[in-house]
Every structure is written in structure tokens, then in C-alpha cells.
Design a protein around this ligand. Structure first.
Ligand SMILES: *Cc1c(COP(=O)(O)O)cnc(C)c1O
Length: 235
């Protein structure tokens, strides 16, 4: 079994990541303040999550509904909660209660369910459309060619608002090899922005994980989702 790292190490790692994000942003002439770091906290215990919050982590992303609900009990609204995993429609009702941003919208039927549930609660749920930018069979997400059509359909629903795009590109041992996928995402993002779809705000481009977030920021990401680099290897 992999030994989990200590809470003090988590705090130190988080600060390193913040510094790297800032350096990278400045290097390409961007304001570091416009970049949100989302801690990817699947399988990370509450103690370690709190250690990162104590040194400035403001956003966390969970992949599994039960796990997220359990952690929400003890962390509450000390951070903004994101949902970054595949979401089954029958669990949408739990997620709209406490998540601020669902980053994994990949189909209209899920949007319809989220819309219904959010509307019942008298709120609006913000979502990112997940794009399968590498066309991988093993990954969720809408094909790039269908993204705009999905967004136009979601834009017509009440209680749900598209705020941008998210992707998990193919894994490459050299992060330079991921750059073309990040570029394609940025092009798609800009194309949708130019379409000026009523009710859609293209505010967030969520891409970049522990081993490739610097390249993602260079290519225009303003939201990065970081797990291992902050919390160490997962169980
Ligand atoms: C686990 C996960 C991450 C973070 O992965 P790391 O490589 O550990 O940084 C980011 N996004 C999603 C959707 C994830 O499931």
C-alpha cells in the first residue's frame, strides 16, 4: 500500500504549486490572479484537505458523490466545491445542493436532470462542458464537433448555466506532447465564445493536472485541477 504523505507536506506542496502557477502565468504575460487552482481530492482524507485549505486552497473537486457528501459534512462551505467526475443522472440531486461548479457535463439528459433539480431548489447550477479532446474511447466527454450543439441545447434550459469547458487530454509522459490538445481546446473555447450564445458565459477553461498544468496555463487554461502534486500519491 502507498503511504500517504503528512499534512505538513501537503501544505508545503500546495505553496510550491501556487508559486509554479504564478511563475508560469507571469512568464506568458498573464495575471496569476485569473487562474483558479482546484484541489483534486478524490481518496484524500479530510485532515489533508484541511491542511491545504489552511494555507490558501479555496476550491476542491471531487469525483464520487458519496465520498464528496461525507467530506462536505466536515468541511462545509469553507471552500467552493466542484464536481469533476462522471456524474450519473440519478445522483444529480445530491450534487446541486452543495457544488458550485459541475465540470463534467457531457450529455443533454444530465443537463435536463440538473436543470430540474436546481430549479426546484430555486437556484442556478453552473456547469462546464467536458470535451473528449483526444477522442479516446475510455474517456467521458462530448466529441469536440458536438460541443457547440450541446451548449446551444443546454442554454435553453432553466436553472443551469454553461460557464466554459473542461477536458482530460490523453496521458503523455512528456507534457509537451499534450500541448496540441490544449491548443485545440483553446480554439474550441474561442469559437464558442465568438458564437455569443444567449445565456452562456465562456468564463472558465479547465485543463491541466499535476504533470501538465504548466503547459496548460501557457496555452490559456484559467482553471487547473491538481491532485498528486499537492496531496501525494493516491491510495
Ligand atoms: C484525479 C483528477 C485530477 C487530478 O489528477 P492529478 O494527476 O493527480 O493531478 C484532475 N481532474 C480530474 C477529472 C481527476 O479525476
Amino acid at each position: 500500500m502507498i503511504e500517504q504523505i503528512h499534512a505538513e507536506q501537503v501544505a508545503a506542496n500546495f505553496i510550491k504549486v501556487v508559486n509554479k502557477v504564478c511563475e508560469t502565468a507571469r512568464r506568458v504575460g498573464r495575471d496569476p490572479k485569473e487562474i483558479t487552482i482546484v484541489g483534486a481530492t478524490k481518496s484524500v482524507d479530510v485532515e489533508r484537505i484541511k491542511a491545504a485549505i489552511a494555507v490558501g486552497l479555496t476550491d476542491i473537486g471531487e469525483n464520487y458523490v458519496q465520498e464528496a457528501l461525507r467530506k462536505y459534512e466536515s468541511i462545509g462551505d469553507a471552500v467552493r466545491w466542484h464536481f469533476i467526475g462522471h456524474l450519473q443522472s440519478n445522483k444529480a440531486k445530491y450534487v446541486v445542493r452543495f457544488c458550485k461548479l459541475i465540470q463534467s457535463l457531457d450529455r443533454l439528459s444530465l443537463a435536463e436532470e440538473l436543470s430540474k433539480r436546481a430549479f426546484q431548489l430555486g437556484r442556478t447550477i453552473d456547469v462546464l462542458v467536458q470535451v473528449n479532446i483526444g477522442g479516446e474511447e475510455t474517456k467521458f466527454g462530448v466529441p469536440p464537433s458536438e460541443a457547440i450543439e450541446l451548449i446551444r441545447a443546454v442554454a435553453k434550459l432553466e436553472g443551469i448555466k454553461v460557464r466554459g469547458l473542461m477536458c482530460i487530454p490523453p496521458y503523455k509522459s512528456d507534457p509537451e506532447d499534450v500541448r496540441p490538445y490544449f491548443r485545440k481546446m483553446m480554439e474550441l473555447f474561442e469559437r464558442i465564445e465568438r458564437a455569443k450564445i444567449y445565456g452562456v458565459s465562456m468564463d472558465y477553461l479547465s485543463m491541466g493536472m499535476s504533470h501538465d498544468y504548466e503547459v496548460a496555463i501557457e496555452e490559456g487554461a484559467n482553471m487547473v485541477r491538481i491532485g498528486t502534486a499537492i496531496f501525494g500519491p493516491r491510495k
